[in-house]
Design a protein around this ligand. Structure first.
Ligand code: TTP
Length: 400
């Protein structure tokens, strides 16, 4: 069975993090999202892959290559414009002649569930029990047969959702030929499933685990889960007087300077300088060539390559892109006084603790304060002593 992975989307809801990278390349526990998914599918025994790429495709192709380094085959098909999942699937038609597994690239799965799917007669769809089905395509079932599928219903008829995982025969391409663009102007793969549902031939496979990542707070939530499973590895130089607790990964060329306190699970990439006297708390993943300096505390956050938090800063429950610099004393709030969940642009993150989402190449002057739930676009320049709240577009300049 060949596995087709849809990885062409930009991920608009992930902005500004997707300004310079496609959603599937966002880091999750130190590795691109797509690599975690690929590993799970490989663990289920599949070795032949087709990636549908588009937005930011060069970074996907460069990172994964033809798959030989992993002992698999990866072919690429380009979807020129991201006109929907149905359109994305159509691009692989010339390359697929027998049963295939189809996966959205922006989710994590367990290999046992993929194995179960592969044993099911096609066509089949992965379904998952969700606490908030109204956010997804809601599925109704009769035994193991899917009887209905309704997108983002305000009154969901069940708590089962479409997981974006399918086992298809090439017959799906004929179904795709019959569909028309949806109200949002996209060719939706789910519209092509209606004939199967009406004829009661689409089987549902219940998944034991599933998470997708639409927004940065979803990314952080899945990241937290994945960090629990990291394998400790200490490379680089660890100076005397460093305390390391729990599972910690330290990359080559990194120096952990005296007085630093590292609580796992945490990941420090390659060529970083940590400390002296830095405090790295659980759930933190720092990219390559970063500097986290004296009296800076980082908790449960994703920090991408070449970003510096050099002196007297606090960063909690945040996602920060690459090439940023936090001026001395800059702090990010992550908890409301009323302990309510953090709402961002009208969307409830369902998190009591969430800091900020900061794009690439953002520079802060000294002593800036960033309020909970702030979204700071790429290339912003924030003058000293600024209070940042709400959403800043790319290239915003705050002068003081
Ligand atoms: P979506 O979540 O619908 O789209 P997206 O990832 O671009 O995110 P957003 O809505 O925030 O813009 O996509 C589901 C999966 O399908 C995801 O893995 C990306 C992929 N995809 C394509 O490959 N081509 C497309 O044209 C679209 C819309 C999605």
């Amino acid at each position: 069975t060949v596995c087709v992975i849809l990885a062409a989307g930009e991920g608009k809801r992930m902005r500004p993090l997707t300004g310079s990278r496609p959603k599937v390349m966002l880091p999750l526990a130190g590795r691109p999202m797509l690599e975690h998914l690929l590993n799970a599918v490989m663990d289920a025994g599949i070795t032949d892959f087709i990636f549908v790429v588009g937005y930011g495709e060069a970074s996907v192709r460069n990172f994964f290559g033809d798959g030989t380094s992993k002992g698999i085959s990866i072919r690429y098909v380009t979807q020129k414009r991201q006109q929907g999942t149905g359109d994305a699937l159509m691009t692989v038609r010339p390359h697929v002649h027998s049963q295939f597994l189809l996966l959205n690239g922006d989710m994590v799965l367990h290999s046992d569930d993929i194995k179960a799917m592969l044993k099911t007669p096609a066509p089949a769809m992965g379904v998952f029990t969700s606490n908030h089905p109204q956010d997804y395509g809601v599925v109704t079932m009769d035994g193991d047969i899917i009887t209905g599928l309704e997108e983002k219903s305000l009154h969901p008829k069940s708590d089962l959702i479409n997981a974006g995982m399918y086992l298809f025969e090439p017959g799906i391409f004929e179904e795709l030929e019959t569909i028309r663009p949806s109200p949002r102007g996209e060719l939706e793969l789910t519209d092509a499933l209606m004939t199967y549902i009406q004829n009661k031939t689409l089987r549902g496979v219940r998944l034991s685990f599933w998470a997708d990542m639409g927004s940065p707070w979803d990314l952080l939530g899945v990241h937290e889960e994945m960090m629990r499973e990291i394998i400790p590895e200490h490379q680089g130089v660890i100076e005397e007087g460093v305390i390391i607790k729990g599972d910690v990964q330290i990359g080559s060329g990194t120096v952990i300077m005296s007085g630093s306190y590292l609580e796992g699970p945490c990941i420090i990439g390659a060529d970083c300088k940590i400390g002296p006297h830095a405090y790295i708390r659980p759930g933190t993943a720092i990219g390559n060539a970063c500097h986290i300096g004296h009296s800076s505390e980082i908790k449960n956050s994703i920090i991408m390559d070449k970003t510096n938090v050099p002196h007297f800063s606090y960063v909690g429950d945040s996602v920060i892109g690459s090439g940023c610099n936090l001026g001395a004393g800059t702090k990010i709030a992550n908890l409301r006084h009323d302990k309510g969940t953090i709402i961002i642009g009208g969307t409830d993150t369902r998190r009591r603790k969430f800091g900020a989402v900061i794009g690439d190449d953002v520079l802060f002057g000294i002593n800036c304060s960033v309020n909970v739930g702030s979204i700071i676009g790429n290339h912003c320049r924030i003058g000293p002593h600024s209070l940042v709240e709400g959403k800043l577009e790319d290239h915003t300049v705050i002068r003081r």
